[in-house]
Ligand binder design. Structure first.
Ligand code: ZN
Ligand code: FE
Length: 256
């Protein structure tokens, strides 16, 4: 299986997975980058489209791609899709050319948001998590509660260490700037920020990123640790228990 990040809009990635014959894309907010790639790879057929949540920057290309390719669409059972789609939720699996994808409910950014985890043979696993987990950050809480998002991130963080996290946006550098303000003595975070800065200088994606790295550097996966919770509580007196600390951290980021 080969994994490609197709840039879209100003900072989205449309993830494309292919086996040299069939291709799958995740969250095509725009059809143009996908159709251009397919035109450059005439031996490949797009036959599956996965969607993590209903926002337009993840669904805007669906009708055009379905019209051009006839690909099947699978997305969150609890959200409206602009095209006919198979509805998926927690515990469901989807089989695609020998690859089994597992579906996780990850409410928070939106209420029906789902994520896909899969383990291609002989490769590290993959997680397509949309706007739930970002490198160094997490999605904004447009529909869900802090408690829901914390629980969703806990469940993603429990996936295998070597999982390659495929986020839907290149938000890494601005997330890491905030992370360094919250968790300044974290050496792994400082190292990762340097690595990512040089990747961006060369116009390379900072993604995918190993889940083990995220657990070491992402303040939203570390809100219960001593340094992060102390910093949040110093910043915002409403932070007391796990959920209020996570909520205060998310609010802090919104105004950073
Ligand atoms: Zn979104
Ligand atoms: Fe988005």
């Amino acid at each position: 299986m080969k994994l490609i990040a197709l840039p879209a809009f100003s900072d989205n990635y449309i993830w494309l997975l292919h086996d040299d014959h069939h291709a799958l894309v995740v969250d095509p907010g725009d059809s143009a980058p996908v159709l251009a790639w397919l035109q450059q790879h005439p031996g490949l057929q797009l036959d599956m489209i996965l969607v993590t949540h209903h926002h337009a920057d993840h669904t805007g290309g669906l009708s055009d791609l379905v019209a051009h390719t006839g690909a099947q669409v699978a997305g969150p059972a609890l959200e409206n899709m602009p095209v006919a789609a198979q509805g998926l939720q927690q515990g469901d699996t989807l089989d695609w050319h020998g690859l089994r994808l597992q579906v996780h409910d990850v409410p928070g950014h939106t209420l029906g948001h789902i994520a896909f985890w899969t383990h291609p043979a002989g490769q590290a696993p993959l997680l397509f998590c949309g706007d739930t987990l970002f490198s160094g950050g997490c999605g904004r809480l447009f529909e869900g509660t802090p408690a829901q998002m914390l629980d969703s991130l806990d469940r993603l963080a429990a996936l295998p260490d070597d999982t390659r996290v495929c986020c839907a946006h290149e938000y890494t550098l601005s997330n890491l700037k905030f992370a360094l303000a919250v968790d300044p003595d974290n050496n792994a975070l400082r190292d990762h920020a340097q690595t990512c800065a040089s990747l961006r200088q060369q116009n390379h994606p900072t993604l995918p990123v190993a889940l083990s790295t995220e657990r070491a550097i992402n303040p939203f996966l570390r809100s219960r640790t001593g340094p992060v919770s102390a910093a949040v509580r110093q910043h915002d007196a409403s932070a007391r228990d796990d959920v209020s600390t996570f909520a205060a951290l998310r609010t802090w980021k919104n105004t950073f």
